[in-house]
Design a protein around this ligand. Structure first.
Ligand code: NAD
Length: 261
């Protein structure tokens, strides 16, 4: 158990990739703070099952990633409950698909806030403690869309390119403090985020559901398979280990070869 006595905060971890990362970190002995939206009873079920399955402590922060004060409060809650934030996983993210000329201004602002600015606010609040202790891991879930674009995803692609720049900058600032800062960039992972964008992509491109899955989503991935949430979580665990301590400022692709093309 490589994360015993560490505390991990994982944003957007009531579902999908974030939940898999939270469970993987708890399995390695970390105390975890889960965060995100959902029905209170479903969230409580996930929280309790982390404790029951792994014997680690899990608490829930309802912080809304569009609100800087709530993000700071989430980091403070973790520090007062467990004594530190050693691992920060910036994972919360949403998608919206629309031609740029029709892209709703409010959606642009919301995507930039959740997918990019929330990472800045959480990093800003976590870094003093990490520097003081001389150890930390900051991991952001970026995307293949941090390296390449797809039409109709202007806000998402801009935010994901942005998080790579933020990662490189903070990696340089923290390099001598024992804190590594990296992105993981999955291709298409079968989660609610992907499932929910299928109807809009059908509309934007005039395609059927099957055509979107096979000709748009899996067409990008040479392996012709979706990435799994557990495959992404395994990379996050690897980045927390000693073997990865010289990996910083990197953007690790887990995309079935998508961005090799
Ligand atoms: P998901 O929809 O399953 O999970 C998103 C999580 O973010 C949920 O817990 C949700 O409640 C939370 N969230 C949304 N808005 C929030 C807010 N304002 N404040 C706090 N939490 C909020 O999606 P996922 O596919 O697991 O995506 C997780 C991350 O992975 C995102 O950053 C996404 O861009 C990225 N990603 C996903 C894929 C994919 O194919 N699924 C590919 C590449 C990158």
């Amino acid at each position: 158990m490589i994360l015993k006595s560490k505390t991990a905060v994982i944003t957007g971890s009531t579902s999908g990739i974030g939940l898999a990362i939270a469970r993987a970190m708890a399995a390695e002995g970390a105390n975890v703070v889960i965060n995100g939206f959902g029905k209170p009873e479903d969230i409580e079920k996930e929280r309790a099952s982390i404790e029951a399955d792994f014997g680690s402590k899990a608490i829930y922060s309802p912080a809304d990633m569009t609100r800087p004060a709530e993000i700071a409060a989430m980091i403070a809650l973790a520090e007062t409950t467990f004594g530190s934030v050693d691992i920060l996983v910036n994972n919360a993210g949403i998608q919206f698909v629309s031609p740029v000329e029709d892209f709703p201004v409010g959606k642009w602002d919301q995507i930039l806030a959740i997918n990019l600015s929330s990472a800045f606010h959480a990093i800003r609040a976590s870094v003093p403690g990490m520097k003081q202790r001389g150890w930390g891991r900051i991991i952001s879930t970026a995307s293949a869309h941090s390296l390449v674009a797809s039409p109709f995803k202007s806000a998402y692609v801009a935010a994901k390119h942005g998080i790579v720049g933020l990662t490189k900058t903070v990696a340089l600032e923290l390099a001598i403090h024992g804190v590594t800062v990296n992105c993981i960039s999955p291709g298409y992972v079968w989660t609610p985020l992907v499932e929910n964008q299928i109807p809009d992509t059908m509309k934007a491109r005039g395609l059927t559901r099957e055509e979107v899955i096979n000709d748009v989503l899996l067409d990008s991935q040479p392996t012709k398979q979706f990435v799994t949430v557990d495959e992404v979580a395994a990379i996050a665990i690897f980045l927390c280990g000693d073997a990865a301590k010289q990996i910083t400022g990197a953007n690790l692709s887990v995309d079935g070869g998508w961005t090799a093309e």
